[in-house]
Design a protein around this ligand. Sequence first.
Ligand SMILES: [Zn+2]
Length: 178
Amino acid sequence: MSSASLANMPDLGKPWPVAPRPFFEEAFGSWLGRVATCYQISVRTLWETSTGLDLPNLGKAGWILFPPVCASALHQLSSLARVSEGRLAAIQMPPEWMVHRRYLVYCFRCLVLNDADVSAPRWKREWLNPEAEYCTAHHSLLETVPASIFEKSANFDAALGAMSRYRTPRFPGNIRLR
Ligand SMILES: [Zn+2]
């Protein structure tokens, strides 16, 4: 993790000192969540300080299902992150994907084993397609996770932590392993 913190958060209009680049198959909300993790701030703070706009109305799935971003915000984010506008435009959500859902689907292997960078889990855009059922890489049925995990998590790392707690149920009666 970067040592940068909120105190180092640059002024609006100045490029971010460090910014993870979006992966080609990544969802826009995932990238935003990873940038927020990098500065140890919430997606809301990142969005508001970077674009000068209020956070859009997010549904139950929070920032991971981020509504399509307007042209001026896209322009601003691309210059701050030094990423082309086309690259950020390509990972936006199609408006028809913006449907309410209580659960999200994903492939755990794909989440943690990012071929492009093993140290950088990311949320694939295709998992947010309301019709997604199978992993296109592993051909296995996708796992589900409550959408509210993202609504309640400040950034991507926080969401990953909540997901791993969800996947690993506690032992009954507080039995300790050691
Ligand atoms: Zn997979």
